[in-house]
Design a protein around this ligand. Structure first.
Ligand code: GLN
Length: 275
C-alpha cells in the first residue's frame, strides 16, 4: 500500500482506538517505519511500503492500540532541547519534569547532582544550559545507567555517572550547589499504575511505598550532608504530596521552602535551601 493511504489508515485505527493525537502519532510511526523524516514523508507519499515495513508497521500499531507507550515504540523522546533514547528500562521523560529543570536554572550553580537519573533527562538538560558545571548523576539500575550514558554521548555532554542507591555512590565530603531528583513517588496501590500505559514503565521508577514517600524521605533527610552552605535541593513529587514534602524539608532543616506548580497547575516541585 502507498504511504499516503497507509497514513490515513493508521490514523483511522488510532482514532478508533481512542488515541489522543492520531494524526501526529500516525506520522511519527510512518517516519519510524520508512526512515523518511518530516517533509520527505509527504514528498514520497506515492511510494509503496515494502513487506518488511508493512510488518513492522502492523506490529507497532497493534501494540499502540494496547496502550503501549509511543515513546518506547519510537525509541526516543524529546525533553527540554534534547532528543533522548528511551527503552523499557527507563521512565519516559514527562513535560512536568521541565518545571524542575526551569526552577533549577533560575539560579547559578557550579556543581549539580541528579539522583535516579533514568534517561539522564534532568542532568543532561542542566549540563546543556550550564556547560561549565560539574555534573554527577546516580542510577540504581545498571541497564538504565547505560541508556543515560548513551544519551550523554548522543548529545555530546559530559556527566559523571555513578551506579548505586541514592547517595551511596558518593564520597564522603563530596558536596554540591544543587541536588535534583525525580524519584519514584506513586502510592503502591494507586489505580493510575494500571492506566495510560504506566503499567509498561519500570515500576521501580514509579512506585515508592504506601504513600509514595519512601524515597523522597531518604533523599530529603540525607541531602544536607551533600549540599554546600546555601545550596538547593529540588524534588519532583505527586500533585497531592506538596504539604507532606514541605514538612519533610522543614524536618531536615531546609529554609526558603517553596512548591512550584507544573503546567497543569498541580503542585509538582518542592525546593529548599540549606543554610
Ligand atoms: N509523573 C509521573 C506520572 O505520574 C511519575 C513519575 C515518578 O514517579 N517520578 O506519570
Amino acid at each position: 500500500m502507498k504511504i499516503k493511504d497507509t497514513l490515513a489508515q493508521v490514523k483511522a485505527k488510532l482514532l478508533s482506538g481512542g488515541i489522543e493525537n492520531p494524526a501526529l502519532e500516525a506520522k511519527l510511526i510512518l517516519e519510524k517505519v520508512t526512515g523518511l523524516k518530516g517533509s520527505k514523508l509527504i514528498v514520497y507519499d506515492d511510494k509503496d511500503l515494502i513487506p518488511t515495513q508493512e510488518q513492522d508497521l502492523n506490529s507497532i500499531v497493534l501494540k499502540r492500540l494496547q496502550n503501549y507507550p509511543l515513546a518506547y515504540l519510537l525509541g526516543h523522546r524529546e525533553f527540554w532541547s534534547l532528543d533522548l533514547k528511551v527503552t523499557e528500562d527507563t521512565l519516559i521523560p514527562r513535560p512536568d519534569t521541565e518545571t524542575l529543570v526551569e526552577e533549577a536554572l533560575a539560579e547559578e550553580f557550579k556543581s549539580a547532582l541528579d539522583l535516579g537519573t533514568g534517561t539522564g533527562a534532568i542532568i543532561l538538560s542542566l549540563k546543556k544550559e550550564r556547560p561549565y558545571a560539574h555534573c554527577v548523576a546516580v542510577e540504581l539500575n545498571p541497564r538504565t545507567l547505560e541508556i543515560a550514558k548513551e544519551n550523554a554521548l548522543l548529545n555530546k555532554l559530559h556527566v559523571d555517572f555513578r551506579l548505586g542507591f541514592w547517595f551511596e555512590p558518593l564520597e564522603k565530603g563530596e558536596i554540591f550547589d544543587l541536588i535534583v531528583s525525580n524519584p519514584p513517588y506513586i502510592e503502591e496501590n494507586d489505580p493510575h499504575l494500571r492506566q495510560n500505559g504506566l503499567n509498561f514503565e519500570p515500576q521501580g521508577a514509579l512506585v515508592s511505598g504506601p504513600q509514595g514517600l519512601d524515597d523522597l524521605k531518604i533523599i530529603i533527610a540525607n541531602a544536607p550532608k551533600f549540599l554546600k552552605k546555601g545550596g538547593r535541593l529540588l524534588v519532583e513529587h505527586g500533585f497531592n504530596q506538596g504539604a507532606a514534602v514541605r514538612e519533610l524539608f522543614f524536618k531536615a532543616s531546609f529554609s526558603e521552602v517553596k512548591t512550584i506548580c507544573d503546567l497543569g497547575g498541580n503542585e509538582r516541585v518542592t525546593c529548599g535551601r540549606y543554610l
